[in-house]
Design a protein around this ligand. Structure first.
Ligand SMILES: Nc1ncnc2c1ncn2[C@@H]1O[C@H](COP(=O)(O)OP(=O)(O)OP(=O)(O)O)[C@@H](O)[C@H]1O
Ligand SMILES: [Mg+2]
Length: 413
């Protein structure tokens, strides 16, 4: 009997709603069966503002993905992003119960539960509890304390929280579209899963997703997440600026931005001229490319500067040897890496999603990192849960713990 199961990621973005259907085998390997997208309706700045329109878009994109994959979908993994996502540092300390003072999974579980037991404001819910490090009897920098000896175990975590009402609206749309919600994932964590290597996390990296209405960010130092959040500005604000200042419809502004836009003025040839199409029968107009960059650069600089202020406000320090990685549709804007390098004073690159089995090359594009990361993150959780459940069964200290393992992994991912 095949143990393969179908998994569906759904990224409800401000510009596009994207779905990916994958098959996951018993070893946790993913095979992509289909990827589909539709322009968003009813979503503004990453938040659902019209339930009926969103349901229509969701239904249409999943139906198309089902058709292409030849699969029936029952539940979906949804991503949530934007400025309501917040990473809260916390810690939990427990004593080691076992007579031989050996740390087991149950001790880790208890320390994480203590770390999560803080007063959560009414309209917040916890999406992830991400382990930064463990300390045993005050000695830090430990990634896996199992089987170590000690009296006191301390876990340092980043708890990723989100607005409950925004999450509830997303759940409601999925349920009203006749699907179940398998899991809610922060888009920032999904991006990191699909783009960042272990080495980059270890060296310290800032990952920025420039979407249509939002820009999400997650930062890692010494292999651990230290910040997650976002701001309500994105590529559509750049388009709006062009439309307003050139007095053109948004559709033309978008075309001009994608074709000629560059957000780093020093990279633009001062003599290069561009042709701006007109509506109706009016003749096209010519303008220096540099003038277009003068419209675009301030907005993109504002986005990067606000993100930098966010990191400072949250006291995120440390070395970022892995530099800045840009993803999302907005990362495709020419000059984005140059401008990010200048503002963050760090090397910068465009991030591409991992080439999963079955994934057409056309999707190895920064626009698809979030939706692919959502299924990758869930696949990793399933894989780790089953291997840990097997280990727990063999654990002489915690024979009853295997039952708790499922809940444990729901907690830490
Ligand atoms: N080639 C390109 N050059 C410049 N900008 C681009 C290009 N392609 C797409 N974009 C911009 O990317 C943005 C959309 O990105 P993306 O599809 O990642 O957003 P989204 O996920 O729907 O939105 P959000 O993450 O904010 O909810 C748009 O503003 C679009 O103008
Ligand atoms: Mg997005």
């Amino acid at each position: 009997m095949s143990l393969d199961r179908v998994m569906v990621g759904l990224d409800i973005g401000s510009s596009w709603v994207r779905a990916v259907i994958c098959t996951i085998d018993s070893d946790g390997n993913l095979m992509v069966d289909s990827v589909c997208e539709r322009p968003s309706e009813g979503i503004r700045q990453g938040v659902i503002v019209n339930i009926e329109q969103t349901i229509k878009t969701i239904t249409s994109v999943i139906s198309e993905a089902e058709l292409q994959a030849g699969a029936d979908v029952s539940s979906v993994i949804i991503g949530v992003g934007g400025n309501h996502i917040e990473g809260v540092p916390s810690q939990g300390v427990v004593g080691i119960n076992a007579k031989d003072q050996e740390i087991n999974r149950e001790d880790i579980f208890r320390s994480l539960e203590v770390a999560r037991a803080f007063e959560l404001p009414l309209d917040r819910e916890i999406l992830h509890t991400l382990v930064q490090e463990f300390k045993v009897d005050g000695r830090g920098g430990i990634k896996d304390p199992i089987d170590m000896l000690g009296h006191r175990l301390e876990s340092k975590v980043l708890i990723v929280t989100a607005s409950s009402s925004i999450c509830q609206n997303a759940r409601k749309c999925i349920q009203r579209a006749n699907f179940q919600v398998q899991r809610l994932i922060s888009q920032q964590i999904a991006d990191a899963e699909s783009v960042l290597s272990l080495e980059e996390k270890e060296m310290g990296t800032i990952l920025i997703n420039i979407g249509g209405g939002t820009t999400n960010m997650v930062a890692y130092t010494s292999g651990a997440p230290v910040y997650t959040g976002g701001i309500l500005l994105g590529g559509s604000h750049v388009t709006n600026d062009i439309a307003y200042l050139l007095n053109k419809p948004k559709i033309i502004a978008e075309e001009v931005k994608q074709q000629y836009g560059n957000c780093h003025i020093p990279s633009v040839d001062p003599h290069e001229m561009i042709i701006i199409p007109q509506v109706g029968n009016l003749p096209s107009i010519k303008m220096p490319k540099k003038e277009l960059s003068k419209i675009i650069e301030p907005r993109m600089a504002e986005i990067f500067s606000l993100l930098q202020v966010e990191l400072e406000k949250k006291g995120v320090r440390g070395s970022f040897g892995g530099g800045v990685v840009l993803v999302g549709g907005g990362a495709l804007l020419s000059g984005a890496t140059e401008l990010a390098s200048e503002i963050f004073r760090l090397p910068s690159r465009i991030g591409f999603p991992e080439a999963l089995h079955g994934l057409d090359r056309s999707y190895i594009n920064p626009k698809y990192t979030t939706v692919l990361g959502q299924v990758m993150s869930e696949a990793k959780r399933i894989k780790d849960t089953s291997s840990s459940a097997n280990n727990a069964k063999r654990d002489k200290h915690a024979p009853t713990f295997s039952k708790k393992v499922k809940g444990f992994f729901r907690t830490i991912f």
